[in-house]
Structures are given as C-alpha cells and as structure tokens.
Design a protein around this ligand. Structure first.
Ligand code: HAM
Length: 435
C-alpha cells in the first residue's frame, strides 16, 4: 500500500445522494414547491448554524436532541454554535429578528440538511433532510386541518398509500402543569422501575419519560395517566374542532393519547404520519402547535403550528410506490468524427439548443470511432442520432438516423435541421428512458 493512503469515506450517518437517486428528491422538491405555492406558503431560507442557546431554549434542555444529539462547537470567536437539528427554531428566530411578526400572519416553508448525532440505521441518519412548513399567527383549528390536508394531498400526488395519521392534543401549558404533577406522582410510586434517563427527567421534564424508547420502560409508560384525561376545555374544543374538520375533508386519523413528540415546544395539536413500510423509523412527517414558543424566544406572542417531513424517508416510500421517474434521455445524440466535424458539431449543437430550447441535445464527448459513438448514442436512450462525418461536411449536410426503429438515415442541409428535427421526433413518438 502507498504510504500516505487514508480512508476516503463519508462521515458515519452522512450520505451522498447519487445521480441515480436524485430523481426522487427532485420530484418531491418540485411537487412540494408547487403545493406550497398553491396553498399560499412562501419560501424562507435560514442558516444551517445558529447559537446553541436558541436550540436549548426552543427544543428544551431535557430532550434527547439537546441532551445527546447536537453537533455543537465553539467557533474561533468563542461563541457556542450548533448545526441545526431541526428547522422550527431557526424559522421562528428569523421571523423575530427580521421583524416579520408584528401582528402579521406568516405562512412559510423551508428545506435543507439537519444534523442529529443519533445511532445511524435504515431511515435514521446524522445528516438528514427536511422539508419544513410553519404557519404563524393562526389560532384556530382550521390551519391545523389545512396543513394536514396539504400533507394528505402530497401523499396522493406522490402515489404514497402506506401512511397513517396519528393525532393527539397536549393541551395548554397550564393543563400540562396539572398533568405533570399527576405524572410525577405516578412515576415516584414506581421509581425503582425507572431507568437513569427517566430518573433524571422526573424533575426536569417528566413528560419526556413517556417518549422513552427503552423497551424495559414500555409497560410502565403504558400504564401512566393520560394527558387526554386532563385536557383544558379550550384545548378539548380546539381538538374536537380539528377532528370534525378532518372528518369533513375525508381524512382518516387515529387518536393516539401516547403521542407526545420529542421536542418540548409543542402545545395542543400534535400529529405524525407514520408508515409500516420503513422498519423501525416509522415517522414520515410530524409536527404540531407551538403556541408558547415565540414569546419564549423573545417575540410577541403568536400562536403557530408547523410540521416537517424527512426527505430520505418520503423518497424511499416514493421508490416503493414506483413514483420516481427514470432520468430523462436526450432527444438527439450528436455524433461527429474527425477534428473539423467535431468543431462544426459543437457549434451546431449550440445553435440547435438556441433554436429548439425544449429539446435535449447531447454531444458525443471524447471522440471515438463511429461504432463507439453509436454505442454511446444507443446507451443514452436518445431517439435520434445526428451524424457529421467528412462526407457530410463536404456537402454541408448532416445525417439523421432513428435509434428507435429501422427507418434508415436521411440527410438534410445544416440550416434545415432545426425545422426537420421536431417533425422527425414527432413521428418517432417521444424519447425512451435512459438505461
Ligand atoms: P421531528 O419529528 O423531530 O420534528 O422531525 C420531523 C421528521 O424528520 C420526522 O418525522 C422524520 O421523518 C425526519 N427525521 C427526524 N430525524 C431524522 C433522522 N435522524 N434521520 C432521518 N429522518 C429524520 C421536527 O423536526 C419539528 N421541527 C417539526 C415541526 C415543524 N414542528 C413544528 N414545526
């Protein structure tokens, strides 16, 4: 082995998205962008790095994310910064620090990479990607229903069927305080059964114990008192309103009183779209209300709700549903043999792209004899080969040959090509998919 070799590998849990995989990402990005625009949401782009204090305050000190999973570092100026583990905190920070709130109603979306130092497994990564939607300044359950309706429409448009909607209400902060006391009392009564994490959280945030993934804790958690039984009347009304709206929209759901979510900023409505098609990582899209978060971060009090979907997980479901297009093949593959012909072909390709901007022209690169170039043309999936050789050059023409059928080769003066190519392609009925 050479002396200075080192392993060229990506960081564990951080993946490349290869050209063969990217079609699904692009389709999801395109469909969501169109849907968001149609529903009146505007895009906002926020930094990947924020002050660590923002996430601690927004997500909560006693959450798995803040306790164990953040990529935090001190920069050379001495500031503690963190790679964002989620988008909501940054979006709210941006709304406050850019003065966007001021009584305004905001419908925003953003997307990009998020970072959590979790144990990587299928569907769970350390760098993953979210598409995130936030609606700020809306108090009633109508926006909750609209956001859920939007996601249901997205699944339909993507052909995704193996998802199920889980709903719960966490009530107001006041109702949770009362419930919290009941919960502490219950867990105190069974303190010997608590694991170390849960024992620590008993004081700081007992609700987090309900979110424990420890199998030994599940029986204890299952028998714990239910928040649903301690809801305040306004939250109950909000939740009933939402359920009625969803029924009216024909959206099925199950109420899951154990759905507490892994971030502390939620109040009232929380929801999660789950699937049985991805193994252990079953949450595809999740969110809820965060009516108390904005004043906690120093903004004027505004109710808000949002959700985020994991792009990797949605793209995997799209693949399973056969909803990912094959890459688009060129319409015309340009073959040229000889130095002069190659020069002419490059200039001709640019002219054809000017004249026929909706068609895809791929020029053969790197030379090769006619046979090799034809092989590449076939492999590209193109419908038509455009051929320029010495004989063609002398006569000021190019040959066009179907790669789809045996219809043979025709020759056309160079200035006529832009007019002929669309007609010939139309006869061939569209390009095939690239192999
Ligand atoms: P979250 O439930 O932590 O919520 O993440 C949202 C989605 O991101 C999950 O449903 C899942 O699809 C995906 N996801 C989370 N962690 C990973 C991971 N390690 N690898 C792959 N995918 C992952 C939030 O982040 C909230 N900010 C959502 C929200 C917006 N609530 C209100 N507004």
């Amino acid at each position: 082995m050479a002396e200075n070799t080192f392993a060229v590998q990506s960081v564990r849990g951080m993946n490349d998205v290869l050209p063969t995989q990217v079609a699904g990402w692009q389709r999801l990005e395109r469909v969501t962008r169109e849907l968001f625009t149609a529903y009146g949401f505007e895009e906002l782009r926020v930094p990947i790095v924020e002050h660590t204090a923002l996430f601690k305050r927004a997500i909560g000190e006693y959450t798995d994310i803040v306790e164990k999973e953040m990529y935090t570092f001190t920069d050379s100026g001495g500031d503690s910064l963190t790679l964002r583990p989620e988008a909501t905190a940054g979006v709210v920070r941006a709304a406050i620090s850019n003065g966007l709130l001021r009584g305004a109603r905001l419908k925003l979306w953003t997307s990009g990479p998020m970072f959590r130092h979790e144990r990587p497994q299928k569907g769970r990564y350390r760098q993953f990607h979210q598409i995130d939607v936030e609606a700020i300044g809306f108090a009633g359950p109508d926006i909750d229903a609209e956001l859920i309706g939007l996601t249901a429409r997205l699944w339909r448009q993507l052909g995704i069927t193996r998802v199920k909607l889980k709903l719960n209400s966490l009530g107001t902060a006041q109702a949770r305080r009362v419930y919290r006391e009941k919960l502490v009392e219950y867990f105190r009564g069974h303190e010997s059964l608590l694991d170390a994490d849960s024992r620590r959280r008993l004081e700081g945030n007992p609700l987090r114990i309900l979110d424990s993934k420890n199998p030994d804790m599940q029986a204890l958690v299952a028998a714990a008192p239910l928040l649903t039984d301690h809801l305040d009347s306004e939250s109950r009304e909000h939740f009933d309103g939402l359920c009625a709206m969803l029924a009216g929209m024909g959206i099925d759901y199950v109420i899951d009183p154990r759905l507490v979510r892994g971030l502390d900023y939620y109040s009232r409505t929380v929801f999660e779209w789950v699937t049985d098609a991805l193994g252990a990582q079953d949450a595809v899209c999740s969110g809820g209300r965060y009516d108390d978060l904005i004043p906690q971060l120093g903004g004027e009090a505004q109710p808000a709700i949002g959700f985020a979907m994991g792009i990797e997980r949605v793209v995997e479901l799209m693949g399973q549903a056969g909803a990912v297009d094959a890459p688009l093949a060129p319409h015309v593959y340009i073959i040229a043999s000889g130095e002069r012909a190659q020069r002419t072909a490059l200039a001709l390709a640019e002219r054809l792209r000017d004249d026929l901007p909706t068609l895809r022209f791929q020029s053969n690169m790197g030379g090769g004899n006619f046979k090799a170039q034809f092989r590449r043309a076939d492999r590209s999936g193109a419908s038509l080969a455009l051929i320029l050789g010495d004989t063609e050059l002398e006569r000021g023409v190019a040959s066009l040959k179907s790669l789809r059928d045996e219809s043979g080769q025709t020759q056309w003066p160079l200035p006529d090509l832009a007019a002929r190519i669309p007609a010939i392609l139309a006869d061939l009925a569209g390009p095939t998919e690239a192999g």
